[in-house]
Each structure stands twice: as structure tokens, then as C-alpha cells.
Design a binder for this molecule. Structure first.
Ligand code: AR6
Length: 189
């Protein structure tokens, strides 16, 4: 496992299935309709059970826009809450994708703090069906979560759960780069 300590909090990278994580909250890479789908969204709905779809339909009948997130119970999952975030569909990079991906992670972090979640797991939002390029998507994910851990937050552990070794490697590279940039910033005073 790759891990980094930031202001006494942990940022971890693991290869695995997010639905089996024993954490307070897991993030989901959902779509604006919030009615389930493929990829990690499909896996989460299958593992959580039909009560998840029912809760989403009841509480969020209009869905949620790209760059935002909503919370539900975890239902059949070990996690207590699911944070359903909507990342951008990659359309070449000139359509605000980076800001929207940053917003999606930030929305999850904000919800996690509101709920009092101490351990939170994230998938690689937008990096599957939505086609966000690997190195850039991993950089946005690591930078956004690492920055949040460096501020006042109740989150003690943030864990990226990556579904393939290739994705894990991308996140590893982004983590190393973030660490290097931080040392340079500190060195410069
Ligand atoms: N655990 C962790 N990561 C997973 C899992 C899993 N069980 N399954 C897949 N991944 P994607 P997106 C990885 O496509 O790009 C859905 O239809 C996957 O390998 O799930 O944001 C939604 O309803 C990839 O690295 O999400 C939306 O319509 C990452 O999760 C749309 O897809 C994200 O891939 C969202 O597309």
C-alpha cells in the first residue's frame, strides 16, 4: 500500500474493489440522473441492494448536476454512507473538465465533513466510461484530496481504491509528484 501523511492525516492508495471497503463513506462515480449505471456505479448498486435506488429516487428525484455530490445511506455495504459524485465527461479538455472534476471531489469531501466521516474511500472518478485521461485525472484527484487533508477537516484517512494495477500506478505517480512539489514549496519558504 502506498501512503502519505499530511498534517497527521493519511492519504492511501490501494488496488481493489471499493464496495468491500470498511470505511465510514465511499464515493461513487455516478451520473446526473442518479439512477445507477455501469462501472463502479453498477457495482455499488448491486452490492448496496435495491433500497439504494429507492432512496435516491425519493430524496433526489431531479438528480444532481455535474461537479456536485449527494449522500445516501450505505444500505448493504460495509460503509455507512455513499457520496454520489458526478464527474465530467471528457470532451477534449477545453470544456471545464478539470474544474468540474475538482468540484466533484470537493463536494464529496465537504459532505464527508458534514456527516462526520473519518475514513473515506474514493474511486477514480471520470476515469472509466467518462474517458478522463489517466495522468491528468489522477493528478486532479490527488491534488484535491491532499489539499483538503492539509486544512481543517475531520477526515483522518482518505483512501483511493483503484480497480486496476495501471490505475494504481497513475495515482502512485501523482502522489510522488505532489510530494515533490510540496517539498519544493517548503524549501522555498
Ligand atoms: N471498485 C473500484 N473502482 C472501480 C470498480 C470497483 N468495484 N468498478 C470500476 N471501477 P466508471 P466514470 C473503476 O466508468 O468514468 C457509470 O455508468 C474503473 O475501472 O465507473 O466516472 C455511471 O452511472 C475506473 O477506473 O466511472 C456514469 O454514467 C473508475 O472506477 C458513468 O459510468 C471510474 O470508472 C461514470 O463514468
Amino acid at each position: 500500500m502506498d501512503a502519505l501523511e499530511i498534517e497527521g492525516r493519511r492519504l492511501e492508495l490501494v488496488e481493489g474493489d471499493i464496495t468491500t471497503q470498511t470505511v465510514d463513506a465511499i464515493a461513487n462515480a455516478a451520473n446526473t440522473a442518479l439512477r445507477g449505471g455501469g462501472g463502479v456505479d453498477g457495482a455499488i448498486h448491486r452490492a448496496a441492494g435495491p433500497a439504494l435506488l429507492a432512496e435516491l429516487g425519493e430524496r433526489y428525484p431531479d438528480g444532481t448536476p455535474t461537479g456536485t455530490a449527494v449522500a445516501t445511506n450505505g444500505h448493504g455495504l460495509p460503509a455507512k454512507w455513499i457520496l454520489h459524485a458526478v464527474g465530467p465527461i471528457w470532451r477534449g479538455g477545453g470544456h471545464g473538465e478539470e474544474a468540474l472534476l475538482t468540484d466533484a471531489y470537493r463536494a464529496c469531501l465537504r459532505l464527508a465533513d458534514e456527516l462526520g466521516a473519518r475514513a473515506v474511500a474514493f474511486p477514480a472518478i471520470s476515469m472509466g466510461i467518462y474517458g478522463y485521461p489517466g495522468p491528468e485525472g489522477a493528478r486532479v484527484a490527488i491534488d484535491t484530496v491532499a489539499r483538503h487533508l492539509g486544512r481543517g477537516t475531520g477526515i483522518e484517512t482518505a483512501r483511493f481504491v483503484l480497480y486496476s494495477h495501471e490505475t494504481l500506478e497513475l495515482f502512485h505517480d501523482a502522489l510522488v509528484r505532489w510530494q515533490t512539489d510540496r517539498s519544493v514549496d517548503r524549501g522555498a519558504g
